[in-house]
Design a protein around this ligand. Structure first.
Ligand code: NAI
Ligand code: 3PY
Length: 326
């Protein structure tokens, strides 16, 4: 008999077919008030889960899935699951590292360029008929090339961002990370330092850590105050890695120059957020990996991951492999 699987995000037909070939699939378009009861009933029988990282899967919900054997998230970030809880139950969480590095780094560099050159603010000026003469000094941007790029979280994506800065923009790269990265030091001439020194000396501060209990609110009022007044802050990790209210304050009172954000404490970001009123904030709707090519690669990877995991193979792309092996 085929194993039962819940698919909680729409995926292309050919990938859905690969799941159907192997499993008895129940589809939900996310999880919301209108389908929650049916979702809970399906959970009681399911052996596998696959979906996107816009849906939270807390222990209270997964307690309702006593037969669960594997979960597969269409993301590299695993913060919508509790890894300790899953590991205690012996359930692997599969994810999609690597396939989105370059696309996400492109997005982060777009944020760097848009904030530095005030691209969105000035584009809006043109569209709204407010371009009536030469723009004047008060609307000039700041250079990106030749500046210092500080990366907090020099992992797979951090490295891809640093590569763009080093080779494309002649930037000086510095980083803080849980451990040193010899490849970044050799290939990109990157300098390892503690976060405080990085905050004080970078022109662009880019956060690319995962969201964990150690990184939650890593950057708050104290950290913004350490940055240069001319600094530009970029967050592509998760909204909760920063204190958003403190960022609003820092952008409003000139503690830092500007911010580019792809992620927020609450997503979708409500239009009532004070961030939406700030010209010096560039706001993207969590599009780090959102290209047609890369999203397909992520979905294909996540489908492979679930098939492998439910067949007992977690050698590739298992986020809690070490915890499971303990
Ligand atoms: N905006 C978007 O659409 C996307 C966001 N992400 C986010 O980016 C995160 C990173 O992805 P990868 O680069 O693939 O992960 P990774 O595991 O390769 O890199 C993360 C790095 O952060 C470092 N780190 C952890 N805690 C730290 C701390 N307290 N201080 C400094 N460094 C710390 C780790 O040592 C590691 O090198 C994901 O977990 C996800 O949350 C990922 C993809 C797309
Ligand atoms: O993969 C992730 O973690 C994302 O945030 C979406 O690409």
């Amino acid at each position: 008999m085929k194993k039962k699987v819940i698919l909680y995000r729409d995926i292309p037909a050919q990938e859905r077919q690969r799941l159907d070939d192997q499993f008895d699939v129940t589809f939900f378009d996310g999880m919301n008030e209108s389908n929650k009861d049916a979702f809970v009933i399906a959970l009681s029988e399911t052996e596998g889960l696959i979906g996107s990282n816009s849906t939270s899967m807390p222990p209270t919900l997964l307690d309702l899935a006593p037969r669960l054997q594997a979960a597969s998230t269409i993301s590299v970030g695993t913060d919508k699951f509790d890894l300790t809880y899953l590991s205690q139950r012996g359930i692997p969480l599969m994810h999609t590292p690597g396939v989105l590095n370059e696309t996400t780094a492109d997005t982060l560099f777009t944020l760097i360029m848009c904030t530095a050159r005030r691209a969105i603010e000035l584009s809006n000026m043109v569209r709204e008929g407010r371009w009536t003469s030469n723009i004047g000094e008060s609307l000039y941007g700041t250079d990106v090339h030749g500046k210092t790029l500080g990366i907090i979280g020099m992992g797979r994506i951090g490295y891809a961002i640093a590569k763009r800065g080093h080779f494309g923009f002649d930037m000086k790269i510095q980083y803080s990370n849980r451990h040193r990265k010899p490849d970044a030091e050799q290939d990109l001439n990157a300098t390892f330092m503690d976060m405080e020194e990085l905050l004080k000396t970078s022109d662009f501060v880019c956060v690319m850590t995962p969201l964990t209990s150690q990184t939650e609110r890593l950057i708050g009022a104290k950290e913004f105050a350490m940055m240069k007044k001319s600094a530009i802050f970029i967050n592509g990790s998760r909204g909760k890695v920063i204190d958003e209210a403190a960022l609003v304050e820092a952008l409003s009172n000139g503690t830092i120059r500007a911010a580019g954000l792809d992620v927020f404490e609450v997503e979708p970001l409500p239009a009532s957020s004070p961030l939406c009123k700030l010209d010096n904030a560039v706001l993207f709707p969590h599009i780090g990996s959102a290209t047609t090519e890369t999203r397909l690669k992520m979905i294909t990877c996540a489908v492979d991951n679930l098939i492998n995991a439910l067949n007992g193979d977690i050698s590739q792309n298992c986020a809690n492999k070490e915890q499971l092996n303990r």
